[in-house]
Design a protein around this ligand. Structure first.
Ligand SMILES: [Zn+2]
Length: 206
């Protein structure tokens, strides 16, 4: 089942939830659908379009979460899935200052790389090889990264995420094939946990 973008009542992106969880939010009036997906859901008595973007009806206070978690997925999103040294498709994570030389596993020392560059570079410094990068690596910033970092993409989300950072990454948003996967309404609907003010509507990532 596809995923659904969840926005706070303030329109700030909160994250991504399963279609099932989004439907429960909508059917319990905790959220409203802002954007439909191409999927139509059928129950015994109703037919309705499945949401692609929902907005919570009440503002949820989100605790400060610190920097975007450094995951392979988020790193590849930051570097557009390309090797920062040669531009080929990235397949591995490279430590700019090699770990064997004291380099740390931090946003400002990791880059996406192809296998060949990673192998060639091995445990050497860039200066040893005469290589350079266009930009020094840095931690991504902006609320949109709560979504970009999951690696889940939907072109319909773009206008809702664009004001919140990661602008360059949206060029990587591609149209999914619009096949109708169909789906059933979640049941029973009354048993979900309500989202209270100040509570995080977890889980927000896949
Ligand atoms: Zn390369």
């Amino acid at each position: 089942m596809p995923h659904v973008l969840v926005l706070n009542a303030s329109y700030e992106p909160l994250g991504v939830v399963s279609m099932r969880r989004a439907l429960i939010l909508v059917l319990n009036h905790k959220a409203v659908s802002l954007e439909d997906s191409e999927i139509t859901l059928h129950s015994a008595t109703a037919v309705l379009p499945a949401p692609s973007v929902v907005r919570l009806t009440r503002f949820v206070r989100v605790p400060y979460r610190g920097p975007v978690p450094l995951t392979r997925r988020a790193l590849f999103a930051r570097d557009h899935g390309r090797c920062v040294y040669c531009g080929a498709a990235a397949t591995s994570v490279d430590h700019v200052i090699p770990r064997s030389r004291g380099g740390q596993h931090r946003w400002d020392n990791v880059v996406a790389a192809c296998r060949r560059c990673n192998h060639t570079k091995a445990d050497r410094h860039l200066a040893d090889l005469g290589w350079r990068m266009k930009h020094p690596p840095a931690a991504p910033a902006g609320l949109a990264w709560r979504v970009i970092g999951t690696g889940i993409k939907d072109p319909r989300w773009r206008p809702y995420l664009e004001p919140y950072g990661g602008l360059e990454q949206f060029r990587d948003f591609e149209h999914h094939d619009h096949t109708d996967h169909g789906g059933a309404l979640p049941a029973p609907l009354g048993r979900s946990h309500p989202v209270h003010r100040g509570e995080h509507p977890e889980p927000l990532s896949a």
